[in-house]
Design a protein around this ligand. Structure first.
Ligand SMILES: [Zn+2]
Length: 94
């Protein structure tokens, strides 16, 4: 069985205020503005097992950028490629 490594698009430009879903549950991420300089994005799904939240940032944009930063970049593709190679190698006894 051959595993195909998914092609992850890199460099997609989203609107600045676009908040990605929670990486753990897929629920909605929401921006909290407690006071000036206390902007934070967190998962609002009450059933989320992790309930992640960002640190506090001076600006909304910085909080959203922090929340939207994911490891799905070229290094993730490298790791997935290596795992697929290892798996395929095991199957083919090489
Ligand atoms: Zn969540």
């Amino acid at each position: 069985m051959k595993i195909d490594v998914p092609k992850i698009p890199i460099g997609i430009k989203m609107p600045d205020n676009f908040i990605m879903p929670c990486p753990f549950c897929g629920g909605e991420g929401r921006l909290n503005e407690f006071e000036m300089y206390y902007n934070q994005v967190h998962c609002i799904n009450p059933k989320c097992n992790v309930n992640p939240e960002t640190r506090f940032y001076e600006t909304e944009g910085d909080a959203i950028r922090a929340w939207n930063t994911r490891v799905c970049d070229s290094s993730s593709v490298d790791i997935l490629t290596r795992l697929a190679e290892m798996f395929n190698c095991e199957k083919e006894n090489c």
